[in-house]
Structure formats: C-alpha cells, structure tokens
Design a protein around this ligand. Structure first.
Ligand code: KIV
Length: 264
C-alpha cells in the first residue's frame, strides 16, 4: 500500500505524547466520549485524551452508578468512539469486576483493545498491582485511577468522598501512586483528592497526573463531558462549572419547533 493510501493517522497521540506534555509543563486536557459524534467533536477541538469512561453508565445508560456497567457495554461504546478515528488517545475503563483476577484482566483488556482502545484504565493501587503488571506485560498501556474510586461507591455508603484528608489517606495515595508509576503506568487519574496531596503526588512521580475535582496542580484535568456541557442537568458535581447549557438549548429548540407546527 502506498503511504498516501494508508489509513495511518500520522499525528496520532500516543502515551509518549501525553508523557512529553508533562515534561514540557503543558496541561493535558482530557474528556469523556462515549459515541462517534462526540469523539469527532472533541478531537476536532484538539482534546488529546478521550476516555470512554464507565461514567457512561450514569450519563448515557441511566444506571445509578458505575457498578452496573458490563464489558459488553464498554466494548459497544469503545467501538463507536474508535469509528471516529480520532488523533486523540482513546482510553477505556475496565468495568466493575472485570479485573478481579490476573487471568481475567488480560483477556478483558485485550477485548477493549480489540474494540479500538489504545490504553486501558482501572481503579486502585497496591491492591490491583498484580493485575496492572499483567496488563503492562501483555503490551497494553495502563492508566491508573486513585482517590475516590466510583466502582467502590457501595462500600463508601453511596457517597463520593474526598480522599487524602488525613495522614493515613495521604500516605496511602502517595504509596499507591509511586507503585503504579514504578509498575509502568503512563498516567494516573486523581479523583477527589485534596489539592495539596494531588500537588504532592504530581511533583513526586514522573508520569502525568490527571485530576478531577483535585485542584489546579495536577498535570492535566479530566471531566465528564456531560458535566462540562450541561447535558446531564439532573446531577452536576460541585467542582464543575458547565461552560454551556446543552439541556436548556435542546428544550428551547424543541419548544420552538413544536410551536411552529401548524394544526390540521
Ligand atoms: O468514568 C469516568 O468518566 C472516569 C472519570 C471520572 C475520570 O473515570
């Protein structure tokens, strides 16, 4: 095949691109995408990191939390995002219970890659280290996720709690972050970590931290796109200031169209 006829996207963002952004001090913008049009729009807007997050369970599928999301749900949405052929890196969440064992995690991470993910993400630190090592040994780049772990929401009594408030919590986060970085993770999402601890972790490890509700000093920031755009108005986390009110725009467009209909 000639180079011109090749489907290769020469400016495809890789894990090295994301790591280099930290080295240059360039903030990493990351957003969730669950379907073809949103992946295309975010890619055209220059977002380098798209996460097919298991938050799809709440903001698209109508579940109360992420524990209901299955491998089949994730594969379906990863395929839709991958069809957009974004330059952005496509990360996919390993859903609840899909990485309980080393044997299961490699097969499930490979399924997400076969669906079109470039990298996978899972929640936890030392307690999932053997699974993380197995993913990386299988040649699949891995993104960590520490702090508030939404897949543990039932153990947390249904509350999204801030992590790193006391010394034990701070030390656990630091130990987990160093362990994930040493195992070869290329980045770590820090969710609802106190800003001073998120800053300390970001300074301590050489791989990028991508914060959500964890203050301004992470190497990048990630949001659920529906929160940023006001597309899921029934719940917006306290730390998000939506930049547009898509729900209101849709309702007003529908009302204008409806009132333009002439009765027979
Ligand atoms: O599933 C998701 O959207 C996430 C983000 C909250 C980081 O994991």
């Amino acid at each position: 095949m000639s180079i011109c006829g090749s489907q290769m996207n020469s400016s495809k963002i890789t894990v090295e691109t994301i790591r280099a952004m930290k080295s240059r001090g360039e903030k990493i913008a990351a957003l969730t995408a669950y379907d073809y049009p949103m992946a295309k729009l975010l890619d055209e807007a220059g977002v380098p990191f798209l996460l097919v997050g298991d938050s799809v369970g709440m903001v698209v599928l109508g579940y109360p939390d992420t524990t209901h999301v299955t491998m089949a749900d994730m594969e379906h949405h990863v395929r839709a995002v991958a069809r957009a052929k974004p330059q952005a890196l496509i990360a996919a969440d390993l859903p609840f219970k899909s990485y309980d064992t080393v044997a299961a995690v490699v097969a499930n991470a490979q399924r997400l890659v076969a669906a079109g993910a470039d990298v996978v993400k899972a929640e936890g630190g030392l307690e999932i280290l053997p699974q993380v090592q197995a993913i990386i040994a299988a040649g699949i780049p891995f993104c960590g996720h520490l702090g508030m772990l939404p897949q543990h929401i039932l153990e947390e009594g249904g509350k999204y709690r801030i992590k790193g408030r006391d010394e034990t919590g701070r030390l656990k986060l630091l130990t987990d972050a160093v362990a994930l970085a040493d195992a070869g993770a290329f980045a770590i999402v820090l969710e609802l970590v106190t800003p001073p601890v998120a800053k300390e972790i970001s300074e301590k490890i050489s791989i990028p931290t991508i914060g959500i509700g964890s203050g301004p000093d992470c190497d990048g920031q990630i949001l659920v796109t529906h929160d940023l755009t006001g597309s899921f108005p029934w719940f917006t986390p306290k730390f998000v200031k939506p930049k547009v009110n898509v729900a209101a725009e849709i309702k007003s467009a529908v009302a204008a169209w409806k009132s333009s209909l002439t009765s027979v």
